[in-house]
Design a protein around this ligand. Structure first.
Ligand code: MLT
Length: 258
């Protein structure tokens, strides 16, 4: 049976589910594949409506995305607990995953993300973006995100990284973007569940993140009983792409200690 979601897989050992952010695709994890496949079985899906995965008009909650991911693990015959690693929106989904399927979660990695729900202003901005995506398509959404995703210094100094990021986002469709915007807008506050997380966690963040301040991630780490916090100095929101060696080092250490 062909799995419903398109995905990339490599390596052996403990399953490591890599959940991409918005409006991104699984291609964002390319810097992890070469190195981390020596430490785990990497599975990086495209969420519905992104990259190679068909859109799912019914998916409008982070819980729907988590259900699609557990469905993929089932289709792959992976019933043992996996390390769930979510980047930004993928982190909102990872928290929903661990809430709904705690027995499928061996560890949690929260990269460049937060536990809190959207503020009223944040929700209003989601509605504006939803209207824009429906009227004008994916291109202006992608163009609007591009200047925020990297540390400010990267735009002048690392043109190849900017181009790769553009390619990562080119697989975002209007259907995927609108599902994701609704899911992010309506997600509940995950802060109350943090003290209940019973597995080891790694919280990793860039000091120059323009989208989610590092202080928020530090609070998340402080609220999870068994969590470590890694701050990558000078990295923006795309921590894993901007500082792949340091990111992979932290991940490899976390996997080794599990
Ligand atoms: C992401 O990178 O996934 C999004 O920017 C997160 C968000 O908009 O809250």
């Amino acid at each position: 049976m062909t799995p419903t979601l398109s995905y990339q897989e490599s390596g052996a050992g403990i399953p490591l589910l890599l959940i991409h952010g918005y409006p991104l695709t699984r291609r964002m994890w390319a810097p992890q594949f070469s190195t981390l496949a020596a430490h785990a079985r990497l599975i990086a899906p495209d969420l519905p409506g992104f990259g190679g995965s068909p859109a799912d008009q019914a998916a409008s909650k982070v819980e729907d995305f988590a259900a699609a991911l557990v469905g993929l693990l089932d289709e792959l015959g992976i019933t043992q607990p996996a390390v769930i690693c979510g980047f930004s929106m993928g982190g909102y989904i990872a928290l929903a995953f661990c809430r709904a399927y705690p027995q499928r979660c061996a560890g949690l990695v929260l990269a460049a993300t937060r536990a809190a729900a959207d503020t009223a202003e944040g929700k209003a901005n989601r509605d504006k973006a939803l209207a824009q995506a429906r009227q004008e398509g994916a291109a202006p959404i992608i163009a609007g995100m591009l200047p925020k995703l990297l540390a400010p210094a990267a735009y002048a100094g690392r043109p190849e990284l900017v181009e790769e990021l553009r390619r990562v986002m080119s697989g975002a469709t209007v259907a995927g973007i609108t599902s994701a915007l609704q899911a992010m807008r309506d997600r509940s506050d995950s802060t109350p569940m943090l003290p209940e997380i019973a597995v080891p966690a790694l919280v990793i963040h860039g000091s120059a993140d323009q989208i989610i301040p590092a202080a928020e991630a530090q609070l998340v780490a402080a609220a999870i009983p068994d969590a470590s916090f890694v701050l990558l100095e000078g990295a923006g929101h795309m921590v894993n792409m901007e500082q792949p060696e340091a990111f992979n080092r932290a991940m490899a250490q976390f996997l080794a200690e599990l």
